[in-house]
Design a protein around this ligand. Structure first.
Ligand code: PLP
Length: 387
């Protein structure tokens, strides 16, 4: 049986080239806070990556904070803001944020925390955002992701940044999925906080970055030894940070590779419509990540498709990977106006530079079997009901 990985948005495999280079780093065990030679060596590796990362964003290195991943970085900003301003101020998040933003906001403010609407396309409703901003009690923190993990929909971040700043607010942007897949366009108006995650671009799992435009203004989420200038305690993940540094050296080539899979994604979608004309593609009318396709097919449960495809050796997701295992329909698709039944049926295919046309053809063949079986089951049900 083949093993076909079409779940790059969940985690991007570490490239053999990076792994090979990492295996030569046998001297990365010193604690970077130790003053001896081994410690200094680890410290130097961390600072080199910090510098590389800062250069990517065209900012100074002191604005880069290493974390354990995107979830932690998102929590740092939201929890920091709310704790700093106690029950004052306004936290505004879009309805399609990743659970590390959405659930954190719900935990902080309750399930009735106001959400910025998105349109059917998945793009944020700027009129709704402006309406919120006009009425919001200051200080304001807006949190909008760059690209959605489930649909790949890309938000007009520079417009959102100008609007937020015009009303005196701060913008937090979760750029976890956009990083390494598309060229960033923050314009002249950089968000105040930006979140990144290593394992979505081929670095090791367990490393992330928070960019903070100003000296991080909130209390640390994790206190202790005072690492990362007191903004995030805990011994740094030296090898993870190094892997991020290695990935950064290949970033432009990776973006090019990712854009190359766009034609495969479009080919797959065109074939799918031939097989099942009733398919609904989410976010197709919006700018999308070139590697992502999310679609629903009434009558086929998303989790059943994941299991059936897994039995054929194909790895995909239903909704977001972080939410898999739950039968709840995706909040992202519901916010885009999908019915519960359609959202329950959705699956996500996310490709990567190693994906080939043969992989997609293999997937299409396997999915067609599932679809035909689903049609037969439905027919049988209708016949039973009739009589
Ligand atoms: N934000 C987005 C948009 C994501 O897709 C994910 C992971 O799926 C995260 C945040 C969380 O990142 P991490 O897995 O590094 O905690």
């Amino acid at each position: 049986m083949k093993n076909i990985y079409l779940d790059y948005n969940a985690s991007f495999p570490v490239k053999p080239k990076i792994l090979e280079q990492l295996l030569t780093q046998t001297d990365s065990y010193g604690n970077p806070s130790s003053i001896h030679f081994f410690g200094r060596q680890s410290r130097q590796k961390i600072e080199e990556t910090r510098h590389k990362f800062a250069k990517c964003l065209n900012v100074t290195s002191d604005k880069i904070i290493f974390t354990s991943g995107g979830t932690e970085a998102n929590n740092m900003v939201l929890k920091g803001f709310v704790a700093e301003h106690k029950n004052k101020g306004t936290l505004l998040i879009s309805a399609t944020e990743h659970p590390s933003v959405l659930k954190t906001a719900f935990t902080l403010l309750g399930e009735h925390c106001p959400l910025i609407n998105v349109k059917k396309s998945g793009i944020i409703d700027l009129v709704h955002l402006e309406d919120f901003l006009r009425r919001a009690e200051k200080p304001i923190l807006v949190s909008v992701m760059y690209a959605n993990n489930e649909t790949g929909v890309i938000q007009p971040i520079s417009q959102i940044a100008s609007l937020t700043h015009q009303y005196g607010g701060l913008l937090h942007c979760d750029a976890v999925q956009a990083f390494g897949k598309i060229n960033f366009d923050f314009g002249d108006d950089l968000p105040d906080f930006i979140t990144f995650s290593g394992h979505k671009i081929g670095a090791l799992q367990g490393v992330g970055v928070l960019f903070s435009k100003y000296n991080f203004p909130y209390d640390a989420l994790i206190s202790g030894g005072g690492q990362e200038k007191g903004r995030r305690s805990g011994t740094e993940n030296v090898l993870g940070i190094e892997s991020l540094g290695l990935v950064l050296s290949h970033l432009n080539a990776d973006i090019y590779n990712c854009s190359k899979v766009e034609f495969l994604r479009d080919y797959m979608e065109a074939q799918l419509v031939e097989i099942a004309p009733n398919l609904v593609f989410f976010g197709k009318d919006a700018p999308r990540l070139p590697n992502t396709s999310c679609f629903g097919c009434l009558g086929l449960a998303g989790d059943m498709q994941v299991i059936s495809l897994d039995l054929e050796g194909i790895a995909i997701s239903a909704g977001s990977a972080c939410a898999s295992g739950k039968v709840k329909p995706s909040h992202v698709l519901l916010a885009m106006g999908a019915s519960e039944a359609l959202a329950q049926s959705a699956i996500r295919i996310s490709m990567g530079p190693m994906t080939t046309k043969e992989d997609i053809d293999y997937f299409l063949k396997a999915w067609t079997k599932i679809y035909v079986r689903g049609l037969k089951d439905q027919l049988q049900l209708i016949n039973q009901n009739n009589g």
